[in-house]
Design a protein around this ligand. Sequence first.
Ligand code: THU
Length: 137
Amino acid sequence: MSDPQIDWQALEVAAASARRHAHAPYSRYLVGAALVTRSGRVFSGCNVENASYGLCLCAERSAIAAMVTAGERDPVALVVTTNGPKAGSPCGMCRQVLAEFAEDLPIQLDVAGDPTATRRTSLAALLPDAFRASDLG
Ligand code: THU
């Protein structure tokens, strides 16, 4: 899955930078996400936890909200950076939210400070047979 037109390095930097702003005093699991849209704009987000644990916002949905707020709707690649030792994969809720805006999406999963832990996947692999607006009839 190599996309020569995607500047993966820029996304890596943006996701790592967003992760530094994570508000995760409860889990101490810091997550940053950065996506690029078809127009070339990069949007990032971090996880934002709350003392009422169920209100925690994931980094991926935070990045999607930033994209939509800016009037964009077409992400073409995503990088997520997490704690190690293994790169964390987007949760089920985030997969569904990503599927609202992309049929498929190349996704790179990074561990902060450990380039050897990087792995690539895709939204279609993570969420096959997604429920979509078209299913509403
Ligand atoms: N988290 C994310 O930001 N993205 C995911 O896809 C998985 C989980 C956050 C939520 C919470 O703040 C922390 O990681 C631990 O679950």
